[in-house]
Design a protein around this ligand. Structure first.
Ligand code: 3PG
Ligand code: MG
Length: 392
């Protein structure tokens, strides 16, 4: 992979810069700006080289439709404040822009294109679309490791049309993950949570041979509970996964990897309702499982205490509401405690996991923090990462 630092002459060059500025937004307010802060060194490097920068990113999953709540505007404003310079947001349909010089009639050297997932062509990895994007620039940089597990146009097919490099953050993520996978010390415990069940459930089976314990919390745990014939009420759940779950348990026996899932939970009738601790057999039809319970927290703490390496991706519950954040906070505290006594090597990954850690100032308790969630897990799995392949 060529690193952007190898590109000597960027003076006046137009750079198409793919970032992952998919930050948590609530009513247009950025709830955690870690992903923005992490790519500032790349932006400052390009500014210092006097390049002209066209930023591409996605926010959320608008699925090819214009969704105003997922606009890049608040992120553009945040970036502009951080860099103390004017940054223009291009809201026009880029497919219809024929003039190849996007900077013509524009004040400043940084542009942000509106959410790239407003265009269906992005997720289709459409070559005509990426060729059109490429026509706006001289050079392409991917500094979005955290979405490089997606074979999308601005991550994958784009590199066919421009000299392509990885950015500084991308490089540091891959370097750190290489180290994690080559120097890992056993027993290894992997904690997987979050709400993106479809992304993660298929990965678990391939992680089993590599780890001693896999703790499943968050949305995916509901699939496990349901497979075990426990009523999960209105909880989030992915259809048609029983075969995958069955496979997870079978494979775990073969490799003597323990699969740990919630033994008690915190439920509520709605996302902002009253939290109710429940035993698994007491969950009613209109309950939603929103966090793990005390018994489960204790069990996870014991496992962390007896591990040498901890890899964590995805919160244990609906941490956005503090009433359901306790499980995630307690996991973080247990890791920090063990890290302080120098007894574990700890890595955390994913936008939401970072938000959890920021909420309780637990970032220092980790040897490495990856901005990537799904990409982090797929890398650990040993799977081909389309964004890395495209740069090679
Ligand atoms: C993330 O938040 O993990 C990345 O931005 C990728 O998002 P996605 O899962 O919607 O592709
Ligand atoms: Mg995310």
């Amino acid at each position: 992979m060529k690193n952007i630092e190898d590109q000597k002459n960027l003076l006046g060059k137009k750079v198409l810069l793919r970032l992952d500025l998919n930050v948590p937004l609530q009513d247009g307010i950025i709830k955690d700006d870690t992903r923005i802060n992490k790519i500032l060194p790349t932006l400052k490097f390009l500014i210092q080289k006097q390049a002209k920068i066209i930023i591409i990113s996605h926010v959320g999953r608008p699925k090819g439709k214009i969704v105003p709540a997922l606009s890049m505007r608040p992120i553009c404003t945040n970036l502009s404040e951080k860099l103390n310079q004017k940054i223009n947001l291009i809201t026009d349909d880029i497919r219809k822009i024929e003039n190849k010089d996007l900077f013509k009639n524009i004040d400043g050297n940084i542009l942000v294109l509106e959410n790239i997932r407003f265009y269906q062509e992005e997720e289709n990895n459409d070559s005509n679309f990426s060729q059109h994007l490429a026509s706006f620039a001289d050079v392409y940089i991917n500094d979005a490791f955290s979405c490089s597990h997606r074979a999308h146009a601005s991550v994958s097919s784009i590199t066919k049309f421009l000299p392509s490099y990885c950015g500084l953050q991308f490089n540091s993520e891959v370097t750190a993950l290489k180290k994690v996978t080559s120097e890992i010390e056993k027993p290894i415990t992997c904690i997987i949570g979050g709400s993106k069940i479809s992304t993660k459930i298929g990965i678990i089976k391939n992680l089993i041979p590599k780890f001693d314990n896999i703790i499943i919390v968050g949305g995916m745990a509901n699939n496990i509970l349901s497979y075990k014939n426990i009523k999960i009420g209105k909880s989030i759940y992915e259809e048609n996964c029983n075969e995958i779950v069955k496979n997870i348990f079978e494979t775990s026996k073969q490799y003597s990897c323990s699969i740990i899932y919630p033994e008690d939970v915190i439920t509520s009738k709605s996302l902002d309702g009253k939290p109710e601790p429940k035993k698994l057999n007491d969950i009613s039809d209109n309950d939603m499982i929103l966090d793990i319970g005390e018994k489960t927290i204790k069990k996870i703490d014991n496992l962390i205490n007896s591990s040498k390496t901890i890899l964590w991706n995805g919160p244990a519950g609906y941490f956005e509401n503090n009433d359901f954040a306790n499980g995630s906070f307690q996991i973080a505290k247990s890791i920090v405690k063990n890290h302080k006594s120098n007894s574990i090597y700890s890595v955390a990954g994913g936008g939401d996991t970072i938000s959890v850690l920021n909420k309780i100032n637990a970032i220092e308790g980790f040897n490495f923090i990856s901005t990537a969630g799904g990409a982090f897990l797929e890398y650990l799995e040993g799977k081909e990462i389309p964004g890395i392949s495209a740069l090679n």
